[in-house]
Write a protein that binds this ligand. Structure first.
Ligand SMILES: [Zn+2]
Length: 390
């Protein structure tokens, strides 16, 4: 049944509360292997009785093991240590963009068991879905796949509609407009599917596999074919009403600018993206480019692009930071690392002139640490495990 907008704050019924608390406990153990029950209670603010019930259920399910004896720690009393059993279960994360589909098989401890990549033809949604289904089949049947498969997360090229059945829309690829993506993929995949905007998925990938967990709240931007954005606030992704929250790439940055993939014009990603860079270098398609080899030749076109893209990215990020009151910014992407570093430095310098000086925290720019070619697929893989908790 489709979700209907409600005039009232939505509550959680018993099973949902139990799932949320279970996910909290599981994550506390994943983040801090060897943690004891009392420390989980202190960090989650759940009662000791609730922790006991959840831990007992996790042990009975084979998800968690607890040491038989109390073990000494460097500080505090000895505890019976809890650890996740990595082989308990897996999830699959799939991601696609204009040219490639990527898939990862991940265990519950966060280890990548296998990864795969296939070329796809984005113009035809049905064939893109078939490529994703083949990736899924290969990962599900992989010889190193042990434990039960909890679900499949898919990082989808936006914009999506995660309320009405997750429709991908695009002005550039008319066949995607109002295409029933989830339904089409469900027909070929024998597991529950969770859809995530690829900008949010990359932000979650950084949370679980990069620097995000240390920061807790941050704006994440990912420079791929487009420019994905994510907002993590107090360790939770802010998704908005339809799953398209924090689409920084579609902030209008250029009055009367070029038409954008999204159907608007003058969006930031018309310049700050691989496609924007390709255009600056005189190419139509990103696939034509060997950016690393081209960058090694150091043409003026790169310098001009860094100057404009870095300045505009910094200006927009300062404005977004002022709106959401989050000061840490993580930038990742598929640029050659030295070029990405230059872009980050340019954005940082440019942002200084646009941030509110009175805020307690000044803007801080960080390079992403999640593996950039996998971060969206990794982020998608975490979604079945933790539902909408994070
Ligand atoms: Zn746009």
């Amino acid at each position: 049944m489709p979700n209907k907008p409600s005039r009232h704050q939505q509550g959680f019924n018993g099973p949902r509360v139990r799932d949320l608390n279970r996910a909290l406990v599981l994550e506390a153990i994943r983040q801090d292997p060897g943690i004891g029950r009392a420390d989980i209670a202190a960090s989650t603010r759940l009662t000791a009785a609730t922790i006991t019930n959840i831990v007992a259920a996790l042990i009975a399910d084979g998800a968690v093991e607890e040491s038989a004896e109390r073990e000494a720690r460097t500080t505090g009393q000895p505890v019976r240590r809890l650890r996740i059993i990595a082989s308990y279960a897996t999830t699959i994360g799939l991601h696609f963009d204009h040219e490639f589909a990527t898939g990862v098989l991940v265990d519950v401890a966060g280890n990548v068991i296998h990864q795969a990549r296939k070329q796809l033809s984005i113009e035809d949604p049905a064939s893109a879905v078939r490529v994703l289904a083949r990736l899924y089949n290969g990962l599900r049947d992989h010889p190193r796949h042990v434990g039960k498969l909890l679900g499949v997360g898919v990082s989808v090229m936006g914009a999506i509609d995660n309320v009405r059945g997750l429709v991908c829309q695009s002005a550039e690829y008319p066949a995607w407009r109002n295409f029933g993506f989830r339904e089409a993929l469900c027909r070929q995949v024998d597991h529950e599917i969770h859809i995530e905007n690829n900008g949010t998925a990359a932000g979650l990938g950084e949370y679980w596999f990069g620097d995000g967990r240390r920061l807790g709240s941050y704006i994440h931007v990912f420079i791929g074919n487009g420019l994905g954005g994510a907002l993590l606030m107090n360790r939770r992704a802010v998704r908005g009403l339809t799953g398209n929250g924090c689409e920084i790439g579609h902030v209008n940055a250029y009055r009367d600018g070029k038409p954008c993939f999204c159907g608007a014009r003058g969006c930031l990603e018309t310049v700050v993206s691989l496609r924007g860079l390709a255009h600056a270098l005189g190419h139509e398609r990103v696939a034509e480019l060997d950016l690393t080899a081209l960058y090694a030749k150091r043409s003026d076109a790169f310098d001009q692009w860094v100057e404009q893209a870095g300045t505009d990215l910094g200006r927009v990020l300062a404005s977004v930071s002022n709106v959401v009151d989050v000061s840490d910014i993580i930038i990742n992407g598929l640029l050659p690392p030295p070029l990405l570093q230059r872009l980050i430095e340019k954005a940082r310098d440019a942002a200084v002139g646009y941030e509110m000086n009175g805020r307690p925290e000044r803007l801080a720019f960080h390079p992403g640490r999640a593996k950039s070619d996998l971060s969206s697929a990794l982020g998608a893989a975490t979604v079945p495990l933790y539902g909408n908790l994070f």
